[in-house]
Write a protein that binds this ligand. Structure first.
Ligand code: FMN
Length: 254
């Protein structure tokens, strides 16, 4: 790559050069054969546009404290090594289905200034149980493909989760988002927002704080470009009609 990195993949390459192998492998790698790790990214590629601003702004907007809780506090504090939210999130993930524990965590989170408890799952059935247990949001996640290999890509199960949740709480997604167009696809399939993990680490490893800012800026610009090329004006214009899933393409051939 000559000059400045212009997309997340180039940031990944820079971070690979910057980090000792063992650190790069830890951050970039996934479980076992890394099937799910690759699938998280590949599954986005198999969703295509059906025809022809600002989710990152949405995530970081002052207006959306609920999402900010996760993005700025849980995710970023995890990167910075602060412990409360990371521990809380792990705890919640383990005990999410016990209502009294979830309620305790909600109170604890609220007393620490957080507004919402969002649980992660990649199965529709668990999403419903999590809501019954007090979750105020769902993140479709397979923990960065670092746990059970050969589980489906998050984007492949997003729509099913959105369907069972029926708008009761917002559904977010993470895993494999590397391009603005991936964000567009996730929003079209019903996500309220997206979260990113490794791209931020790549930015940080390659160029420190400015690298993180650049990665977010790149994704925002790519999303805006996708929105414009798709013929939309804002995020609010993105609908299900704009994408075709692999299943729909296969059915269309029959
Ligand atoms: C180095 C590393 C460690 C992680 N540790 C955890 C963890 O302890 N618990 C968890 O739920 N997710 C963990 N994740 C997953 C992230 O929270 C997030 O779901 C994932 O990175 C999003 O996918 P992406 O990296 O493809 O954007 C980790 C991810 C990375 C890269």
């Amino acid at each position: 790559m000559a000059g400045e990195p212009v997309n997340v993949n180039e940031f990944e390459e820079l971070s690979r050069q910057a980090l000792p192998n063992m650190y790069y492998d830890f951050f970039a790698g996934g479980a076992e054969d890394q099937y799910t790790l690759e699938e998280n990214i590949e599954a986005f590629r198999r969703i295509i546009g059906a025809a022809s601003c600002d989710v990152i702004a949405l995530i970081f907007s002052e207006k959306t404290d609920f999402i900010k809780f996760w993005c700025l506090e849980a995710k970023f504090s995890w990167i910075q090594g602060l412990s409360f939210t990371c521990k809380a999130v792990r705890f919640i993930q383990t005990f999410a289905l016990k209502r009294e524990i979830t309620e305790h965590m909600v109170r604890r989170a609220e007393s620490n200034g957080f507004r919402a408890i969002i649980l992660t799952t990649d199965t529709p059935a668990l999403a419903m149980k999590a809501i019954e247990a007090g979750a105020t949001g769902i993140i479709v996640s397979n923990h960065g493909a670092r746990q059970l290999d050969y589980t489906p890509a998050t984007i492949s199960v997003l729509e099913e989760v959105v369907h069972v949740v029926q708008g009761k709480v917002p559904v977010l997604i993470e895993g494999g988002i590397r391009r603005g167009r991936d964000i567009f696809k996730a929003l079209a399939l019903g996500a309220k927002a997206v979260l990113i993990g490794r791209p931020v680490i790549y930015g940080l490893a390659a160029k420190g704080e400015s690298g993180v800012k650049q990665v977010i800026e790149i994704l925002k610009n790519e999303l805006e470009q996708t929105i414009a090329l798709a013929g939309c004006c804002t995020v609010a214009d993105i609908t299900r009609n704009y994408v075709k899933t692999e299943k729909e393409r296969l059915l269309g051939r029959m």
